[in-house]
Write a new protein. Sequence first.
Length: 130
Amino acid sequence: MTRRIIATPEAPRASAVYSQAVEAGGVLYISGQLGIDPGTGTFVPGGTAAEATQALTNLGAVLRAAGLGYGDIAKATCFLADIADFAAFNEAYARFFTDAPPARSTFQVAALPLGARVEIEAIAVRSERS
């Protein structure tokens, strides 16, 4: 099985030793995306909803670089610094997945990289149409 590394300047560069995404066997494994604007390298202002929107936008950029889209995501794992922000997060998330959303888990964690409020990772599957 061959692995293909996916990288795009349209999403923030990896801040540690990892790839933005790796495709293997028709499955795309996307590393956790934060609410960082790739142009400025800083978190977008506006709190959890804004960070979630930017993280999902970054996720979309990685998907596009692989020739996929949001509809190809089979599973998303979402991490929140504060589960009390779930409603704001979920509202932002729902704008990206209006029809047949992927399976999802959402957790509160003790801390996220760089002081983020949201991190989202995903697994997408390449279909015959992709």
